[in-house]
Design a protein around this ligand. Structure first.
Ligand SMILES: Nc1ncnc2c1ncn2[C@@H]1O[C@H](COP(=O)(O)OP(=O)(O)OP(=O)(O)O)[C@@H](O)[C@H]1O
Length: 332
């Protein structure tokens, strides 16, 4: 059964003189316990997508249209108080700066308790204390963290506190937006490993927003590659990241050290993301694409659905292959 169904989602931010179309016609589905990485360059709309799912885009900042369904709940139709109920309890998020959200002058345990009470006011003090210790233990933090002040903890410990906060009310969906980016690789790997173990136990579904392909390769089952507000390629990690079809996915992979560990040249993607306040006629990646032909500037490609839940938005992807130039040519 489909757990999360995002259909034709659009987000437009209002700016002084025009609007920025940050998320354009995005559709994807997740089953329960799925893990999906949303990757793409800065400005591709990853965080906007997360904010839209969390209903965190204020009405005076932008317009969100389309459908976001979680089980039978239509999230975009909920009232503000219903949305507050959904957040933390159904969907929780951990952001890169979550670790800065705690007050520096109050002990960690007291702050976690106060936040817990926002959703479960009447929990007896003793039970609440037990729950906070249990949460600290779940994210591998020692019990003395309860009495510590935020400045006494390392970055990794603080990010573990943020994850504990996210898991507080046993959410079904956890969204991590660059949540481990600021940490060193060793701490990051440890936290991801622990998170995957917790997911297994709790039956969690995870959306991982990151610009780091190696995080997705090591911790997600599925991936969606975003460019200029659109998902240009999506599918299982083993297909998309190890056998990319879209030229943008290929360029993105070539711009980072090899995921397979082999020695190869790293190539930066020339040019920059287009101005999202102006409509784009053809393919969003055409201006930077090394394979672009006239058709790419004239019409937007269809989203071709391939085998294995894979979809690619490129004029040259036909029948599961990248076919370019005369005859049949596959460029990997
Ligand atoms: N509040 C806002 N008002 C206007 N435009 C915005 C607002 N927030 C984001 N944008 C624009 O929307 C587009 C997508 O931004 P978003 O932050 O979602 O991208 P991102 O892929 O998450 O980037 P990053 O990795 O840098 O966080 C960008 O062009 C950005 O400038």
């Amino acid at each position: 059964m489909v757990f999360l169904n995002v259909k034709k989602l659009n987000v437009e931010y209002y700016t002084k003189n025009n609007s920025v179309h940050a998320v354009q016609d995005i559709s994807f589905q997740l089953d329960q316990r799925d893990t999906i990485g949303i990757v793409g360059e800065s400005g591709s709309g990853k965080s906007t997508l997360a904010m839209a799912i969390l209903q965190l885009i204020p009405k005076n900042t932008g317009k969100v249209t389309g459908k976001i369904e979680m089980k039978s709940k239509r999230l975009l139709d909920l009232t503000p108080s219903e949305i507050r109920e959904v957040r933390w309890v159904d969907i929780a998020a951990v952001f890169q700066k979550s670790m800065n959200a705690l007050s520096p002058v109050h002990r960690v345990g007291n702050q976690l308790s106060d936040i817990y009470r926002l959703h479960e006011k009447n929990i007896p003090h003793k039970m609440l204390k037990q729950r906070i210790f249990q949460l600290l233990d779940m994210v591998n933090l020692p019990s003395h963290v309860y009495k510590a002040y935020p400045h006494e903890l390392s970055g990794g410990m603080m990010q573990r506190v943020s994850i504990a906060l996210g898991l507080m009310h046993n959410p079904k969906l956890l969204i991590l937006d660059e949540a481990t980016t600021a940490l060193d690789v060793v701490t990051q790997t440890q936290i991801l490993k622990e998170l995957m173990e917790l997911e297994e136990k709790m039956g969690l579904t995870r959306i991982m927003i990151t610009h780091d392909l190696s995080i997705v390769a090591s911790s997600c089952k599925k991936v969606a590659v975003m460019y200029s507000g659109q998902i240009v390629e999506s599918g299982f990690v083993k297909d998309v990241l190890y056998n990319p079809l879209h030229p943008y996915t290929k360029s993105l992979i070539k711009s980072v050290p090899s995921l397979k560990g082999e020695n190869r040249k790293i190539t930066a993607i020339k040019g920059s993301i287009p101005d999202l306040s102006k409509p784009i006629e053809g393919c969003v990646f055409a201006a930077r694409c090394p394979y672009a032909k006239e058709v790419c500037f004239q019409s937007a490609p269809e989203n071709s659905e391939l085998e294995n839940n894979r979809a690619v938005k490129c004029h040259f992807v036909k029948g599961g292959e990248f076919v370019w130039e005369e005859g049949k040519q596959t460029i990997v």
